[in-house]
Write a protein that binds this ligand. Structure first.
Ligand code: GSH
Length: 253
């Protein structure tokens, strides 16, 4: 059995199956990238729910794995040279898992770098911009009198959707076959609708290629499962409350 005791996070979130890949996350737009990826690859893994509404990602045990104090992060007990490895930042995790399994990224160099470009487009542009948009539309930022910051993120979100829509013209997926570029981006585009109700303000229906792509993605069983992993404990109880009153939906994306 693999010994993960050199990772302090395993004291706080113990591994029942230390031979499996350990996922520390929550079902947020960044968290689900990794659970969707793991579900696609079929790698055995053990998910641990990290309650970001209670600042658990700032817990020293979590920060020992991810110095940035944000979910998700993983430990692969069977890393390079058979040694356990911890990885954080979704771009790095997706690339690692794609390389490890030989899935969801092309081995052809030109296509591989094209895929990486779209992954970086997501982590550097789409994620931060949509996250800020959510803050100004749904959370504390919606009460700000000065609407210029909000407009800035509306405009930039529209621009990014336009780039994606143009790319998807005549294509099923962002780069030829379904890849980590799609996985990286689904959770965030889905959040525009599901969490931020931003469809109208962004004119989402006019990005028809993005809409069709999102529907294709949501039809994948691995995406459907991944969107709910790690399960929130007591999710049944939470559903009975007004979702927007929950602290984890206030500003944490
Ligand atoms: N660039 C990071 C972003 C991770 C991130 O922002 N995660 C959010 C959840 S979607 C989080 O942990 N928020 C908790 C907090 O800000 O305290 C990545 O791609 O992994």
């Amino acid at each position: 059995m693999t010994d993960l005791s050199s990772f302090p996070i395993t004291q706080r979130w113990p591994a029942s199956y230390p031979d499996r890949l350990q996922l520390y996350a929550a079902p947020t737009p960044n968290g689900v990238k990794v659970s969707m990826m793991l579900e696609e690859t079929g790698l055995p893994y053990e998910p641990h729910f990290v309650d970001i509404s209670n600042n658990e990602s700032k817990d020293p045990a979590f920060v020992s794995l991810n110095p940035n104090g944000r979910i998700p992060a993983i430990i692969d007990p069977a890393g390079p040279d058979g040694q356990p490895i911890g990885i954080w930042e979704t771009g790095a995790i997706l690339i690692y898992l794609a390389d490890k399994t030989g899935q969801l990224i092309s081995t052809t160099p030109a296509q591989r770098y094209e895929t990486l470009a779209w992954v970086f487009f997501q982590v550097s542009g789409v994620g931060p911009t949509f996250g800020q948009l959510g803050f100004f539309l749904r959370f504390a930022g919606k009460d700000y009198e000065d609407k210029r910051p909000r407009q800035r993120f509306v405009d930039e979100s529209r621009r990014l959707l336009g780039v994606l829509d143009h790319r998807l013209e005549g294509r099923e997926w962002i780069v030829d076959d379904y890849s980590i570029a799609d996985i990286a981006t689904f959770g965030w585009v889905n959040a525009l609708v599901e969490f931020y109700a931003a469809g109208d303000i962004l004119g989402l229906s006019s990005y028809s290629n993005v809409q069709a792509w999102l529907e294709r993605g949501l039809a994948r069983p691995a995406v459907q499962r991944g969107l709910r992993i790690p399960a929130r404990p007591a999710w049944g109880r939470l559903r009975k409350r007004n979702l927007w009153s929950l602290p984890f939906l206030q500003h944490r994306f």
